[in-house]
Design a protein around this ligand. Structure first.
Ligand SMILES: [Mg+2]
Length: 257
């Protein structure tokens, strides 16, 4: 599992020494020479849920509850059994949807529209994060196991829709979700991304494993969520995570670009 080690998460103050120089970023914040170096990055790839908005705001809790409701109705199970079955499918297939498709012949459209039919009224613009993303040079992408309509609604609420060149959703991946390596191959091709000059940000650590294997710089957005460390399908080694942070805005304002 990832540990702090050489990771230079922005949650901690950057190291400083008496001879260290400071540069001023465009937003006026000081960027130290020892800050994480992202000057090679030309493609910025962000997960959506619990990455571009806080994991504790109840949005994903609503989605998760509707996943369980869907499984209960689709498999005709009591809700408690449906919850256990949903978690089992998630761990085995990477997403509940993929498990329902593989084991139960589910059709994705009905599932996706049902689980993403949630109340977003508590989600508002995050101007600090939007400004931090807007200063990133090159192309920016959203890479989500959710669907395009859900991503559009979230990005509109966050007032970030204009910040991204493309949204890669579960259809872009032909329903083979992160962290399956095929998902990454699909989106890299879709965006003509050079992986050595790409950085990926995700709150589920195992989603970074294939990205790191392809040569991307990886940043784990660390949350208190139970799924953050112990995601499905893959073990995470310390070397899979280049950086970790508990505050994406602060991290983006700290890095060298
Ligand atoms: Mg996420």
């Amino acid at each position: 599992m990832p540990v702090n080690g050489a990771c230079a998460g922005a949650g901690a103050a950057p190291c400083s020494g008496p001879m260290e120089s400071l540069n001023l970023a465009e937003n006026g914040s000081a960027v130290r020479e020892s800050a994480p170096d992202f000057r090679h990055v030309q493609s910025w790839i962000f997960d959506l849920d619990n990455t571009l908005y806080r994991a504790d705001n109840g949005i994903f809790t609503q989605i998760e509850a509707r996943m369980t409701d869907y499984v209960a109705a689709f498999l005709k199970l009591p809700r408690e059994d449906a919850y256990a079955r949903q978690k089992e499918l998630y761990r085995r297939y990477g997403t509940t949807l993929n498990g329902l498709m593989c084991e139960h012949g589910a059709q994705p459209d009905a599932y996706l529209s049902y689980v993403h039919d949630i109340d977003l009224s508590q989600l508002g613009p995050d101007r600090a994060l939007a400004a931090a993303i807007a200063r990133l040079p090159g192309r920016r992408f959203v890479f989500t196991n959710g669907c395009r309509d859900h991503a559009a609604r979230i990005l509109n609420r966050l007032d970030m829709a204009e910040l991204f060149d493309a949204v890669w959703d579960i259809r872009t991946m032909a329903f083979q979700p992160k962290p399956q390596p095929a998902a990454y191959a699909s989106v890299v091709e879709a965006g003509a991304v050079t992986t050595a000059s790409a950085a990926m940000f995700d709150d589920i650590a195992c989603n970074l494993v294939p990205a790191r294997a392809m040569g991307m710089t990886t940043v784990w957005l660390k949350t208190d969520s139970p799924w953050g460390k112990h995601g499905p399908l893959m073990d995470v080694r310390e070397s899979d995570i280049d950086h970790e942070t508990e505050n994406l805005t602060q991290f983006l304002n700290t890095i060298r670009i």
